[in-house]
Design a protein around this ligand. Structure first.
Ligand SMILES: Cc1ncc(COP(=O)(O)O)c(C=O)c1O
Length: 432
């Protein structure tokens, strides 16, 4: 066996993947691309180092520069989210949720959540982090017309169940959660309010979605790589500091030693840069992202698609959700992929099986970052019609997608704008 060839095979696949995304329309709602400065951090020596603990309070030596980086990341996160506490150590949104479950709940505790079929993330499901912590799940009723929690039903549920935690936030997240009302009822029965902002973190930071910490959430968790275009990772935010509240100290311990040891220092450095870039450009990007999502939804609807949320303006986030026919989500997503549109099949209200859903979920955050605006959304809706309504061969549409994408590879809303977002960075001269 030639092991070098095995290694180079992996490298070749990575290059091909860069080419695939560079010539396609990436529309998975939970993804984004990194700015040049963020990307650079991922190949620094921070990768692979250890820094257990908090800045200046470490179990390992060698952290003096990383301490500066983590302190800066915390400082910038607090500014960006206008809050008193930020923990940048969680290595994923799921890990941030696990830390909160570890800190604020015990096995057997009751929590109220949305059902995954209605848009909740699996970390709130019995097969995910909530189940791992042994939490007892009670699901809110959902209104498929407003595509939101049924407020009266949820209030009744919270009063009846008296949960330890009331969890909010969604993976299908078209409209802001009616949080003020629900948080105040949750607090009345002694529950803590957790808002999972994984999907909408960049919109919140841009000031263009709700403000969960001002609307009653005791803690916000999130991913740093979805609408917030940073490195893969998680974050925890709160509006009290450690000295003010013992609960916050528990959150701290929930992260370490609770659910992390080493926590991906190179990603923390890239998070700090992403926060600085978002402070500079986040508002403009969030505004354009939401405009693009609204326009795409409207155009899909005008082209004959069954777009959800139609009585309420389709969407107020980066996402669009439409039905393609009973159990046909997988088939539709595959046709789109063959044409160079990368999206995912998704459950819609009424679906029962996650592997046979009836919808397609789209996100426009990455398309926005590469410079697309409303006119481009109009063109993209036409591609969808050709593939899924007119039944044109995906391979024919693929040619036009490649041509269309050629003009959109440069990154916007960041420092050193204009770099090629999909270029494979070669560090070695490899001769085969
Ligand atoms: C609402 C929600 N929470 C948490 C997560 C998990 O985030 P991560 O993939 O960073 O673990 C997701 C992922 O898509 C999500 O949609």
């Amino acid at each position: 066996m030639n092991w070098l060839n095995e290694a180079l095979f992996v490298r070749e696949m990575a290059m091909k993947n860069n080419d695939l995304f560079g010539s396609s329309l990436p529309m998975i709602a939970s993804e984004n691309i990194l700015s040049p400065l963020c990307r650079e951090m991922l190949i620094t020596d921070f990768h692979g180092r250890y820094a257990e603990g908090t800045p200046s309070n470490r179990y390992y030596q060698g952290c003096k520069f990383f301490d500066e980086v983590e302190s800066k990341a915390i400082e910038l996160a607090k500014k960006l989210f206008d809050c008193k506490y930020a923990d940048v150590r969680p290595t994923a949104g799921t890990v941030a949720n696990m830390a909160v479950f570890k800190a604020w709940a015990s096995p057997g505790d009751k929590v109220t959540v949305l059902d995954t079929a209605d848009g909740a993330h699996i970390s709130y499901g019995k097969w995910g982090a909530a189940g791992l912590r042994g939490l007892e799940l009670h699901t809110y009723p959902f209104d498929s017309d407003t595509m939101n929690i049924d407020v009266d039903g949820a209030i009744k549920l919270i009063r009846d169940v008296e949960p330890k935690l009331a969890l909010f936030g969604q993976s299908v997240f078209l409209f802001p959660t009616p949080l003020k009302e629900l948080a105040s009822v949750a607090h009345e029965v002694g529950a803590k309010v957790v808002y999972d902002a994984a999907h909408v973190l960049g919109l919140i930071a841009g000031g263009e979605f709700q403000k969960p910490l001002k609307e009653g959430a005791d803690v916000v968790t999130g991913s740093t790589h979805k609408t917030l275009p940073g490195p893969q990772g998680g974050i925890i935010l709160a509006d009290k500091d450690r000295e003010e509240s013992k609960d916050i100290k528990y959150l701290d311990w929930g992260v370490f030693p609770g659910v992390t040891s080493s926590y991906h220092l190179h990603h923390v450095a890239a998070k700090a840069i992403a926060f600085a870039e978002h402070l500079a450009f986040g508002r403009e990007y969030a505004i354009q992202t939401i405009k693009n999502a609204k326009k795409l939804a409207e155009e899909l609807y005008n082209n004959g698609f069954d777009v959800l949320g139609k009585n309420h303006g389709f969407t107020e986030s980066h996402q669009v959700l439409f039905r393609v026919g009973k159990d046909k989500g997988g088939e539709a997503a595959k046709k789109l992929e063959d044409a160079g549109i990368i999206a995912n099949m998704n459950m819609v209200p009424g679906d029962e099986h996650p592997l046979h859903p009836s919808g397609i979920r789209l996100g426009v955050q990455e398309l926005t970052r590469i410079g697309m605006k409303e006119d481009e959304m109009q063109e993209i809706a036409k591609f969808f019609k050709r593939i899924l309504i007119d039944g044109e061969e995906p391979i024919k549409v693929r040619k036009d997608v490649i041509e269309f994408k050629k003009n959109y590879r440069k990154i916007h809303y960041c420092f050193y704008e204009g770099e090629d977002a999909y270029k494979y960075i070669e560090l070695l001269q490899v001769h085969q």
